[in-house]
Design a protein around this ligand. Structure first.
Ligand code: NAP
Ligand code: G4F
Length: 321
């Protein structure tokens, strides 16, 4: 039986990845940070099947102890301060968790379980002000936020540990992926949650930022399969994971309101509070390498994804007004 350690297991991707690895017969450990209030909603249904270890990416001794306890064959580093918007108000913290935290974990892997395979959750935010359309593994990075800059460090230190110490370390450059488990701050879930509340008479308007930004949005359940596949290859490598289609935030808003038979113009208000100091205008990934080498393809379309998220939020609010 293989053993995996997932950091960020309470997050969107961590919970889907834990489900996938359990289905494949893995023993799954999850690193969770100490919180005053437990926020384990995404993994509540898995609590009997997984082992949780307390630790923090910023605390090397806790990572060494976690690896000593779990002795994993595979380590998936999904933990991060992952909200781009907050990375301007907490830039040092973001650099420490999302950037230096990766180095801490790689160093702990090198010292304790150097045979283990390592996955780093890199991001299309690294492309930022894009130097090429579509973006592939060969596109130069130009991050536009403290988050993007921290992810660039995390990416290159992963490559460096692979090349310096021969670690089996892979970096997945994942484009935006969403689900009913997405945090409420992120634009897709903010929109689908608001649409459901408006449809149920619980909210009157939706305040938004830049509607012209374009993103390549996929389903998180599809994307965790790519993470797993990367660690099953003969050689460690880096892969872009994306759908190859891009839509504006306005199209997302239109699609979500249309799903409940409403017109978005009647509810959406632009609020400068949600406009970012520097924007990533367009993301569009080229997933050809993943298709060829991992035999990975996204299965859920944009329309299906938005529909799934609105339906899930509606279920929560129906009968609540
Ligand atoms: P998420 O839902 O925000 O989950 C982040 C996880 O990291 C949570 O479990 C959080 O724990 C944990 N965490 C935060 N700070 C930590 C620390 N100092 N030590 C240990 N754990 C910590 O993120 P996600 O959407 O699942 O994304 C997973 C990873 O992929 C992240 O690294 C993200 O940056 C990256 N990524 C995401 C996307 C996307 O579109 N979703 C695309 C590209 C890359 P708490 O529950 O305690 O907060
Ligand atoms: O949903 P978002 O906050 O995601 P963003 O910034 O693209 O980052 C996400 O994807 C990255 C991969 O590319 C991950 F690495 C990262 O961890 C995270 O998961 O915003 C998407 C777009 C932005 O252009 C933003 O300016 O939506 C625009 N937007 C417009 N109004 C808004 C809003 N975003 C949010 N969160 N809230 C708004 O009201």
């Amino acid at each position: 039986m293989k053993t995996a350690l997932i950091t960020g297991i309470t997050g969107q991707d961590g919970s889907y990845l834990a489900e996938l690895l359990l289905e494949k017969g893995y023993k799954v450990y999850g690193l969770v940070r100490r919180t005053a209030t437990q926020n384990e909603e995404n993994i509540a249904h898995l609590k009997k099947e997984i082992e949780l270890i307390t630790g923090d990416l910023c605390d090397l001794p806790s990572l060494l102890a976690a690896l000593q306890e779990a002795k994993p064959d595979e380590v998936y580093n999904l933990a991060a301060q992952s909200f781009v918007g907050d990375s301007w108000s907490q830039p040092t913290y973001t650099a420490e968790v999302t950037g230096v935290g990766v180095l801490n974990l790689l160093e702990a892997v090198r010292q304790k379980v150097s045979h283990a395979r390592f996955y780093q959750a890199s991001s299309s935010e690294m492309f930022g002000k894009v130097q090429e359309i579509p973006q592939s593994e060969h596109t130069a990075f130009y991050p536009r936020s403290p988050y993007g800059a921290a992810k660039v460090f995390g990416h290159w230190i992963t490559v460096n540990y692979r090349e310096s110490y021969n670690l089996f370390a892979c970096s997945g450059i994942l484009f935006n992926h969403e689900s009913p488990r997405r945090g409420l701050q992120f634009v897709t879930r903010k929109v689908t949650d608001a649409v459901a509340r408006i449809a149920c008479g619980l909210q009157k308007e939706l305040r938004m930022g830049n509607l012209d930004a374009r993103r390549d949005w996929g389903f998180a359940g599809d994307y965790v399969k790519a993470m797993y596949l990367m660690l099953q290859q003969e050689q460690p490598d880096d892969y872009v994971i994306a759908t190859g289609k891009t839509y504006t935030v306005k199209h997302l808003v239109e699609t979500a309101f249309r799903h409940v038979g409403l017109s978005w113009q009647d509810y959406v208000v632009i609020d400068p509070k949600f406009i970012r100091p520097a924007e990533v205008d367009l993301l569009l990934g080229n997933p050809e390498k993943a298709k060829q080498q991992l035999h990975w393809e996204p299965e859920v379309s944009f329309e299906q994804l938005v529909g799934m998220m609105v339906e899930s939020d509606l279920k929560k609010y129906k009968g609540k007004n």
